[in-house]
Design a protein around this ligand. Structure first.
Ligand code: PRT
Ligand code: ZN
Length: 283
């Protein structure tokens, strides 16, 4: 049995549960007790506040955790990042009132900065040789300049909408973050097999995200043109059709290239194009 700590509620909860479910690990998320059990995998879930996740993994109360990289950076917990998970993307940035004529980092010299990430900020300022006052506040950091609590803020930014609506402007990105799977340096050997099995499933789910399976019929003399348009994972699968002079191609395309690729394939004579969702990809 292994224990995985995830956020009990908040921005990372839903995606964490979805990743487990897509990985065939069925968790009953409706009750949100402190501890939950997967019904079909030897896994116990600890539902915690995100701030507590690095610590419980570090001291062994959980074997794995899913948490924002920003929390690892702030806590300084001695854990290893096993995988980046591709969701919860954000950055921790310095922001100043929008009317400030910002000359560069020297502006912060001698000023006060409100933040919930004092350790990350302290490290950054000392690396940059800037001496500023750090005012730690737990929530609503973005109102600090208007409230006269600090000259600037250091906070999480995602779309940037919160900064704009509080009359602030992002001037320095200090740390890029996303949800990560964390563990300990030396996992107990008995548990490593289960951890590997979870990783295998997570990787298969992640590999399939942002991709589509595409199949079509194409005149055989256009095959080479089609192959150039379809890089696929290794190379596209090509099968002859019963109809002379035609073949069928199967491939995998990134969502970002999908429509461009489909239009180009149509132009060279592809017919009967089918686009399907990918469930898992195992390399
Ligand atoms: O209760 P608990 O302690 O578990 O949760 P929490 O309130 O501390 O954290 P939560 O649920 O807000 O966020 C969890 C994690 O999501 C963070 O640690 C980040 O890793 C990640 N994340 C991703 C974000 C955002 N995007 C984000 N936008 N965390 C916070 N925000 C805030 C941001 O500070 C701003 O105030 O959301 C607001 C809106 O952002 P904009 O830029 O889109 O306007
Ligand atoms: Zn928190």
């Amino acid at each position: 049995m292994i224990r995985l700590a995830i956020q009990s509620k908040g921005r990372l909860n839903e995606e964490s549960v979805k990743l487990l479910k897509d990985s065939g690990i069925d968790v009953d998320d409706t009750k949100r007790k402190f501890i939950g059990k997967a019904s079909d995998f030897p896994l116990e879930l600890l539902y915690l506040r995100d701030d507590d996740i690095p610590g419980v993994v570090c001291d062994g109360a959980a074997d794995l955790g899913i948490v924002g990289f920003n929390e690892i950076a702030e806590s300084g917990a001695d854990v290893v990042v096993i995988r980046k998970l591709g969701f919860g993307k954000c950055r921790i940035s310095l922001a100043v009132p929008k009317e400030v004529d910002y000359p560069g980092l020297s502006w912060f010299q001698g000023r006060s900065i409100a933040t919930s990430y004092p350790s990350v900020l302290k490290k950054f300022l000392s690396e940059q040789g800037i001496s500023a006052q750090i005012r730690e506040i737990k929530g609503s950091v973005e109102i600090a300049p208007t409230a006269g609590i600090a000259d600037a803020i250091f906070d999480i930014v995602s779309s940037g909408g919160t900064l704009v609506s509080n009359g602030l402007r992002e001037v320095e990105v200090v740390l890029e973050s996303e949800a990560v799977l964390i563990g300990r340096k030396d996992a107990e050997s008995g548990k490593q097999k289960l951890i590997d099995s979870i990783l295998f499933r997570f990787d298969a789910v992640r590999e399939s995200r942002g991709k589509k399976y595409i199949l079509m019929n194409i005149p055989s003399d256009k095959l080479e043109d089609a192959m150039r348009l379809l890089p696929s994972m290794r190379s596209p699968t090509v099968m002859p059709l019963a109809l002379d002079g035609w073949c069928s191609i199967h491939s995998v395309v990134d969502d970002s290239d999908l429509w461009h690729t489909v239009e180009s394939l149509k132009q060279i004579g592809a017919e009967g194009i089918l686009i399907l969702n990918l469930d898992k990809v195992i390399d």
